[in-house]
Ligand binder design. Sequence first.
Ligand code: ATP
Length: 398
Amino acid sequence: MTETVPDSAPDSTPGSASDSASDSASDSAPGPAPVPTRAGVEVQLENLTRRYGSVTALDGLDLTLHRGEFVALLGPSGCGKTTALRLLAGLEDSDGGRVVVDGKDVTQLPTNKRDMGMVFQAYSLFPNMTARQNVAFGLRLRKVSEAERRKRSGEMLDLVGLSTQADRYAHQLSGGQQQRVALARALAIQPTVLLLDEPLSALDAKVRAQLRDEIRRVQLEVGITTLFVTHDQEEALAIADRVGVMQAGRLEQIAPPADVYHRPATPFVAEFVGLTNRLPATVNGGEADVLGVRMPLVDGSTPDGVAVALVRPEAVSLEKLSGAAEISSPLVGRVIATSFLGAVSRVTVDLGQYGTAVAQLATSQASEFSAGSLARLTLRQDPVLVVPDQPAPAPTRP
Ligand code: ATP
């Protein structure tokens, strides 16, 4: 879900351009701007529940954001990410649980008393205001003096690299620039917390990656505690201090990106974050035997018996075999497809009764493996999550 309202109080209405004409004078002098900061605060969502009729959007969500931390909430459509953000913002009431910001219970406080900066999908700028007027809007609502509004909106536009575009209207800005203005506007009020709800999803891939890095740079510079909602795993892994993976209104795991990727706590996390191979395995003695290769176990793995190992494609390498090679080894199979992804490619190998395996290789190497050729797999002996032999969990709506 996305939202198209600005970071202003919900009972406010956009002012006319003339109201804020005094914010529209030419840019302040360029140069590094002092960044007004409000030290990051701790945020706790405690046992939050939210129901919509028969749908349980949040099912006892517990989440703590440390001071100045950037947490990305990741999960499939309908898992409750946006609901969590809206409850934190005070845009929705909860059916149970608490929201605590900087040690204060704000559960009953309305949005405009929570002082949170928000950026939504796109494009939420007031079309009848310039970039500077948009940035100054929340300050005007807060009765900040004109001089201070001008100063702070200039600093904020500087911070997001837009000081030369301050007098442009939204339609004169690209999508990425509009989202920078939205970010500057959200930060201008010196919010307690920054909330970003899929702020990049309407942008094309290249701009998205640039703006993602820009958001992170600004967040680090300001030091503000930030919650970022996305369904894009690459985005979440790239930007966050910790990634919270949600399913059906609950957190499945919250951990630094590398841990979520390499040490998924549940099969759902392993399947949702990154591509994964499901290879037959047997567990005993605290290790897995995966197609004859011994591999250490990730915590949470099934303790023994016949199971399935979730193996990342980049942990699989390939060696080309001649046509006469012995095909009876479980690690030998025929290439059925190669997909080109730029610098890397993925090669899918049919292992007969053992299923299929995808190897991720440098494209220069992958070109050796045409469809029909024989290949031998090598599995890197990384710790692996081994789960009971059941069908892959499908990302479901609650
Ligand atoms: P998406 O990525 O698609 O935005 P999400 O993870 O952010 O999904 P939410 O928007 O939080 O999911 O929705 C969680 C569940 O609550 C979904 O099943 C959704 O249909 C339902 N829901 C959310 N808002 C409402 C509403 N206002 N009325 C009824 N159901 C709602």
